[in-house]
Design a protein around this ligand. Structure first.
Ligand SMILES: Cc1cc2nc3c(=O)[nH]c(=O)nc-3n(C[C@H](O)[C@H](O)[C@H](O)COP(=O)(O)OP(=O)(O)OC[C@H]3O[C@@H](n4cnc5c(N)ncnc54)[C@H](O)[C@@H]3O)c2cc1C
Length: 409
C-alpha cells in the first residue's frame, strides 16, 4: 500500500491496488492465487492470526478430508504425490501453507472486516477493519459458509451441571474419557465426534431430530462422491439418487431400523435444494449397530443432570456437545446489499453466484459444493477481473484513483 496510505485520525485510509479479498481460508487463497497467476495483485484480509482458521483452530484432531483428494485441490497446484487418498487436516493445512507461499500470498492478519459498503458516488468499495479503511474497485467475499457456529436454543440448557460445547471447540474424545455424552446433531461432525468418543471409552448418545441420508464413503473401493459425479454426467439426478440409495441399502442395510430416517428426496437433489450434505459414513454406523452409539429422539428439555427426550425417556449426562453446524457471517459485515439472503448466501444460485451485480462484488466458496465449488469460483472470478484489469493501464497511477482516495478519506 505504501505511499497511498493516509492517516486520518486513528483510522488509516488505504487504496488497494487490485481486489480486496475478505477471508484467508482455502477460498481466499485460491482466488488470490488465480489473480496472481494473471499478474493481478490483491489484498487478503483475515481476522485470525493465520490462514485457514477453520482448519487450524476450529476442527477436531481426527479430521481428515471427507472427500478424496482429487476433489479438494485448489487451482494451479496439486497435492503432494505422497498424500493419502483422504489427507489428514494437518496435511491439508501444510498444503495450504505451501500454496500461500508458492503464490506469495501474504494476508494481513488480525484484520476482522467489520463493514464493507459500496460507495456509489466514487464507484468503490469501502472496507473497514478496526484500524483501517481499505478502498478498492473490487470486493471478493471469501468468509465461508462455515464462518460462525450455530448454537440452537435448547430449553433448560443453562441449568446443566456439566460442559456444553460446540464441535468447533471439540478436539478429541480424550477430554471425555468414561463420560456419558449427549451429542446434539447427526451430520458428518455429529457422527464423527460420536465415533471419536467411542474410541476414547466415552458413551455417546446422538440426538437425531431430523431425517438424514447416510451413504458409505466408498463403494467397492471407489469414492461414493466420485461415483455420483461420474453418473451425473450421463444420468438425470433422480436416477443417480436412486442408484446411490440402492447401493447404500446393500452396503449399509436399512438405516431406518437404527432410527436414522431418510428424507423423502434423494441425497444429491436434497443437497442442491437445501445445502444439506449427506453423511459419508467412516465407521459410526457400525458403532450404532453394535449399540456403542445410542440414537436418541429429539431433546424436549435439558435438566441439571441430563436431558428429557420427546419420546418420554430421561437420561443423565456428564457433557453436551452441539454438532449443530455453522452459518455464513456475511450479513454482519456487508452493508446495504440485497444480493445475499438473510442466511448470508448469494441470492443467485450455483453456478452463477460467483459474481453479484455490476459493482465489482464477487463471492468464492458459497456454492455448497465444498472445495470443488471454490476452485470453480476462483478461476471464473480471476478471469472476469483479468479482462477488466487489462483495459486499465496502471490503476495505481490513474488520476481517478488519486481523486477517489482524496475524496473517500
Ligand atoms: C469439519 C469439516 C470438514 C470439511 N471437509 C471438507 C472436505 O473434505 N472437502 C471439502 O470440499 N469441503 C470440506 N468442508 C467444507 C469446508 O469448510 C470448505 O470446503 C473450506 O474450508 C471452505 O473454505 P473457505 O475459505 O470458503 O471458508 P473457511 O475455511 O471457513 O475460511 C474463511 C476464512 O475467513 C475468515 N473470516 C471470516 N469472517 C471474516 C471477517 N469478517 N473478516 C476477515 N476474515 C474473516 C475466517 O477466519 C476464515 O479463515 C469441511 C467443513 C468442515 C466444517
Amino acid at each position: 500500500m505504501g505511499k497511498e496510505d493516509e492517516a486520518v485520525g486513528v483510522m488509516k485510509c488505504s487504496w488497494v491496488h487490485g481486489p480486496i479479498i475478505v477471508g484467508g481460508g482455502p477460498s481466499g487463497l485460491a482466488v488470490a492465487a488465480c489473480l496472481s497467476d494473471k499478474g493481478i495483485p490483491s489484498l487478503v484480509l483475515e481476522k485470525s492470526d493465520r490462514i485457514a482458521s477453520l482448519w487450524q483452530y476450529r476442527s477436531y484432531d481426527r479430521l481428515n478430508l471427507h472427500l478424496p483428494k482429487q476433489f479438494c485441490e485448489l487451482p494451479l497446484m496439486s497435492f503432494p504425490k505422497h498424500f493419502p487418498k483422504y489427507p489428514t487436516k494437518h496435511q491439508f493445512i501444510s498444503y495450504l501453507e505451501s500454496y500461500a507461499s508458492n503464490f506469495e500470498i501474504k494476508p494481513k492478519f488480525n484484520q476482522s472486516v467489520l463493514s464493507a459498503e459500496f460507495d456509489s458516488g466514487s464507484g468503490v468499495w469501502r472496507v473497514r477493519t478496526t484500524d483501517t479503511e481499505y478502498i478498492s474497485k473490487w470486493l471478493i467475499s471469501a468468509t465461508g459458509e462455515n464462518a460462525e457456529p450455530v448454537i440452537p436454543e435448547i430449553s433448560g440448557v443453562e441449568k446443566f451441571h456439566g460442559a456444553v460445547i460446540h464441535t468447533s471447540v471439540y478436539k478429541s474424545g480424550s477430554d471425555f474419557k468414561n463420560q456419558k455424552v449427549l451429542v446434539v446433531g447427526c451430520g458428518n461432525s455429529g457422527m464423527e465426534v460420536s465415533l471419536d468418543l467411542c474410541s476414547h471409552n466415552a458413551s455417546p448418545h446422538m440426538v437425531v431430530r431430523n431425517t438424514v441420508h447416510v451413504l458409505p464413503r466408498e463403494m467397492c473401493g471407489i469414492s461414493t462422491f466420485g461415483i455420483a459425479m461420474s453418473l451425473m454426467k450421463w444420468l438425470p439426478l433422480r436416477i443417480v439418487d436412486k442408484v446411490l440409495l440402492l447401493a447404500a441399502y446393500f452396503s449399509l442395510g436399512n438405516t431406518e431400523q437404527l432410527g436414522l430416517h431418510r428424507p423423502k428426496i434423494g441425497p444429491i437433489e436434497l443437497k442442491n435444494a437445501t445445502g444439506k450434505t449427506p453423511v459419508l459414513d467412516v465407521g459410526a454406523l457400525s458403532r450404532i449397530k453394535s449399540g456403542h452409539i445410542k440414537v436418541m429422539a429429539g431433546v424436549r428439555e435439558i435438566t441439571r443432570k441430563g436431558a428429557k427426550f420427546i419420546d418420554g425417556q430421561e437420561k443423565e449426562f456428564d457433557s453436551i456437545i452441539l454438532a449443530t453446524g455453522y452459518k455464513s457471517n456475511v450479513p454482519s459485515w456487508l452493508k446495504n446489499c440485497d444480493l445475499f439472503t438473510e442466511e448470508g448466501m448469494p441470492r443467485t444460485p450455483f453456478p452463477n453466484g460467483w459474481k453479484l451485480g455490476a459493482n465489482g462484488l464477487y463471492t468464492v466458496g458459497f456454492t455448497r459444493r465444498g472445495l470443488l465449488g471454490t476452485a470453480s469460483d476462483a478461476v471464473k472470478i480471476a478471469s472476469d477481473i483479468g479482462e477488466k484489469w487489462r483495459t486499465m493501464k496502471d490503476p495505481r497511477n490513474s488520476c481517478n484513483s488519486q481523486i477517489i482516495l482524496r475524496r473517500a478519506c
